[in-house]
Write a protein that binds this ligand. Structure first.
Ligand SMILES: [Zn+2]
Length: 285
């Protein structure tokens, strides 16, 4: 594998820490929409640095959005690291997706060159031996269920047609890391907090309107859980600590402070981990 690290590519340091420890559910295949043809290694490094700049400027991201970049030369250059960070590079799917940018414009009959395809297979096989990633390959524009903006892109062009073969070829490369098992006491719930739910918790005072979410949360025995840890994430950034979640045990209201989160980043996703049993979550009306 012709593999180059972030530092070899001259990528600058992260603007702020990334979310890590993301449990991956699928690969996301992107196309870069840049020119076709084999580039020199220096041209490839230049491009990766340009994407890094663009993603910081356009989205306020900590760095380039996608996990990896695969070129027509067969070169592989790191993007957003580590492997288990929020590197899916698609709205709402940055955490569950492992994003790979395939360099080129796969439209108007131009199909992936064999050397680039081979490098893509090798990369996926290798990544699956480093962290848990299921054999599930999705094109960027197949992720409309995560955010409807994903459905409106041309990306990844005709790379959609290689996904079934890619899955077979990566499967033939060996068994990956096993799916991590959670403890029985903890149940994770993911739910989207849309903007019109901001500070709509009538009856609950928020010091900074628009910057808190309130969630009514209780165990299936009707009592509130003894402990809640909250992770709140945008596409680009995750805040995760206990101080984010304030649990009022009497009322079973969980307050989530989204503080200085930039709403331009798209829907905010929260994950709440609670101790003991099944937990019901509903938004305070
Ligand atoms: Zn894409």
């Amino acid at each position: 594998m012709k593999y180059y690290t972030r530092s070899q590519a001259g990528l600058p340091p992260l603007a702020y820490p990334l979310a890590t420890g993301c449990r991956k559910e699928f690969f996301i295949i992107h196309m870069t929409a840049s020119s076709n043809g084999v580039k020199s290694l220096n041209q490839e490094f230049d491009l990766v640095r340009m994407w890094d700049r663009e993603h910081r400027q356009k989205y306020g991201a900590a760095c380039i959005l996608e996990g990896m970049n695969v070129f027509q030369s067969g070169d592989i250059i790191e993007g957003r690291m580590p492997l288990d960070s929020n590197n899916g590079a698609a709205y709402g799917a940055a955490r569950p997706g492992f994003g790979i940018e395939v360099d080129g414009t796969f439209l108007r009959g131009f199909t992936i060159p064999s050397g680039q395809y081979g490098a893509l297979v090798e990369l996926c096989v290798w990544a699956r031996k480093q962290i848990y990633i299921p054999l599930d390959f999705r094109g960027h524009n197949q992720l409309g269920a995560y955010d409807k903006r994903n459905a409106t892109t041309d990306c990844p062009g005709n790379l959609l047609s290689i996904l079934p073969q890619l899955k077979r070829d990566v499967a033939a490369g060996g068994i990956g890391v096993e799916e991590p098992k959670g403890t029985e006491e903890v149940e994770d719930m993911y739910f989207k907090l849309s903007e019109n739910q901001v500070a709509r918790g009538s009856g609950y005072q928020s010091e900074k309107a628009g910057k808190h979410f309130y969630i009514d949360i209780m165990n299936d025995n009707g009592k509130s859980p003894s402990k809640a840890v909250c992770h709140v994430a945008t596409d680009q950034q995750e805040y995760g600590n206990e101080s984010l979640a304030t649990l009022n045990k009497e009322s079973s209201i969980l307050r989530i402070n989204v503080g200085d989160m930039n709403k331009e980043f798209g829907p905010v996703v929260a994950r709440v981990q609670c101790t003991a049993g099944k937990v019901l979550v509903k938004f305070a009306e």
